[in-house]
Design a protein. Structure first.
Length: 579
């Protein structure tokens, strides 16, 4: 989650500052209407519909809602592995049990072996992996069992290749002379028209072509132990050597090529995007906690990612304008927090006293010290107050410096931080009048900033701790503090705490973070119930996964003009807020 959070935050802020756009991530799950969480492939047909192959049927997305198709609707199997479209406006479904079916874009119905006799003849006894349409509009289906099924109009021919190849992965393509070419394992085969059969042309394919995947018929990418490449006009064309990437060989699954953009899906490090021309460079990485099966770009250049057991993610087309930051840049530290301190400047905090400045897309490690040279541990949170003071909430206390000191800091002597408190505050918030509030797990503190930007922190002795820890505190106005505990949401005013009972009608989980919109509406991030908007002590809106949140478990909520950004345990979401 942290890798995704940080890379996405960089992407969001970079897009805002340079292009005026925000890169969006939508997470589609069964709560949004998708058929199943275990997804294999996304595909866009000629009419613009997005099709998703899942273990529980096929989902079709029209941009607003999902329509699901299962065995009840004519599929021979709910477990669909691949989806392709042929020139006859038929969207084919390659199922796990080896039975084929298609959806006709002309009559909007599913055809199977019961309704079309030629489909019944296409069954070869093994699951199909790929599909290819040649120059004669004949359709070749390649199977897991070294067999081919050829559909020419409604004439069907089955071809058994077991005597020629021993590997199941088969890629069918066509060379410049319109000869049908097959790659499988160590072998290259060519169709001999005079003998009406395939013959081996090369049995020493270097490195072994081991993995094939095509996002549309006839375009296959592959990987072996050395390269990621493509099959074009019957020839192997290298695209990228593994040594040029940070991907381990055993984590690779699939890749797709869109113009000069190579999208690589891996088992445990998400999706890696490389631009091949004019120079090879990594432009983005999207990490999720589950295995990524495949990914495609649709006609609007949105990136669709199919995952194992976690539904489908969609990244808006502006993801390409983002920049991926390799963990090595941050000394391989775990990144815990990020804060924008200038138009193009961000502070990044992590484990082991690690603090970095990201400025104009360049990373600089901040060497800092305390007067007592004490260790501060991990930097949990970074807060910029209205007076451009920077507050670091660390394992062993709270530190304070300024934006000016950070920007003008001497690389040799480092930036000097004042240690304001020995306690680790879980929240700090200061208003434009210089009054603020901070809290530890048991106590509330008042903060006062004077005209010289000096800070004073004093405990609020009128607040009585109940033994149930404070999660978050927020200075609502000069006389009112809002705070959340493990047992509810409270308003502290005139030395008295009053529990808000209205909120209990909506949630039973913890309120982790509190923020305020421009029209003084409270935004409450919860650990399990999504996002709540509260006005005049009443809930006016409830945002959940049905509205597009990646998860109901929210960690942070922030506002940037009319944009609400929500950090969840499954990534970052954002949406427009206008009154």
């Amino acid at each position: 989650m942290r890798k995704l959070l940080i890379s996405t935050l960089f992407l969001v802020f970079y897009s805002i500052s340079t292009t005026g756009q925000i890169a969006g991530i939508r997470h589609y799950t069964i709560s949004d209407g998708i058929a199943g969480m275990n997804t294999y492939m996304c595909f866009q047909d000629s009419k613009g519909y997005i099709w998703i192959a899942t273990s529980e049927g096929v989902s079709r997305f029209d941009g607003t809602s999902f329509t699901n198709f299962t065995r009840k609707d004519g599929l021979p199997d709910n477990d669909i592995l691949r989806i392709y479209e042929d020139p006859y406006q038929r969207v084919w479904f390659l199922s796990f049990n080896g039975q084929l079916s298609y959806y006709s874009l002309k009559d909007n119905t599913i055809h199977n072996a019961s309704t079309d006799n030629f489909i019944k003849k296409l069954y070869v006894g093994a699951g199909f992996e790929n599909m290819f349409v040649d120059s004669k509009n004949r359709i070749w289906f390649s199977s897991l069992g070294n067999k081919l099924a050829l559909l020419d109009g409604e004439r069907v021919q089955q071809i058994d290749l077991s005597d020629l190849i021993t590997r199941d992965c088969i890629s069918v393509s066509e060379d410049k002379e319109n000869n049908i070419i097959i790659y499988s394992g160590f072998n290259k085969l060519k169709f001999d028209n005079s003998k009406n059969t395939f013959v081996i042309k090369d049995s020493t394919i270097e490195g072994s072509v081991t993995t094939f995947f095509g996002y549309k018929p006839g375009i296959d990418c592959f990987a072996n132990q050395k390269i990621i490449g493509k099959i074009e006009s019957g020839e192997i064309i290298p695209l990228l050597e593994f040594s040029e990437t940070d991907i381990k060989n055993d984590t690779y699954i699939t890749s797709t090529l869109h113009d000069s953009l190579l999208i690589i899906s891996t088992t445990n490090s998400g999706v890696h995007v490389y631009e091949l021309l004019p120079d090879t460079r990594k432009v983005y990485q999207f990490s999720v906690e589950c295995n990524v099966i495949s990914s495609i770009l649709d006609k609007e250049n949105n990136l669709w990612v199919a995952t194992r057991n976690d539904g489908v993610y969609m990244l808006s087309e502006s993801f390409r304008s983002g920049i991926y930051y390799n963990p090595q840049i941050f000394d391989n530290k775990t990144i815990l927090t990020i804060c924008k301190i200038g138009p193009t400047s961000f502070l990044v905090g992590g484990t082991d006293n690690s603090l970095f400045l990201l400025e104009n897309q360049k990373i600089r490690k901040i060497n800092f010290r305390l007067k007592d040279n004490a260790d501060i541990g991990s930097i949990i949170d970074i807060y910029l107050d209205p007076f451009k003071n920077i507050w670091l909430s660390c394992d062993y206390g709270v530190l304070k410096t300024s934006v000016q000191d950070i920007e003008n800091g001497d690389a040799k002597s480092g930036v000097l931080f004042d240690k304001i408190s020995k306690y680790k505050f879980n929240s700090i918030q200061i208003n434009s009048d210089g009054n603020g509030v901070a809290s530890t797990s048991q106590k509330l503190y008042r903060i006062k900033i004077d005209k010289h930007s000096k800070a004073q922190i004093s405990i609020d002795s009128t607040f009585a701790a109940t033994g149930i820890r404070i999660l978050q505190s927020f200075s609502y106005d000069k006389s009112t503090i809002l705070y959340s505990k493990t047992d509810g949401f409270y308003r502290f005013k005139n030395k008295n705490s009053v529990k808000n009972i209205n909120i209990n009608k909506y949630i039973s989980s913890l309120i982790i973070d509190i923020s305020l919109t421009s029209d003084s509406t409270l935004t409450l991030a919860t650990d399990g119930e999504g996002l709540l908007f509260m006005k005049d002590e009443k809930i006016v809106h409830h945002v959940t996964t049905k509205n597009g949140l990646p998860s109901m478990s929210c960690r942070k909520v922030r506002h940037m003009n009319d944009t609400v950004l929500v950090c969840t345990n499954k990534g970052l979401a954002f949406f427009a807020y206008r009154n």
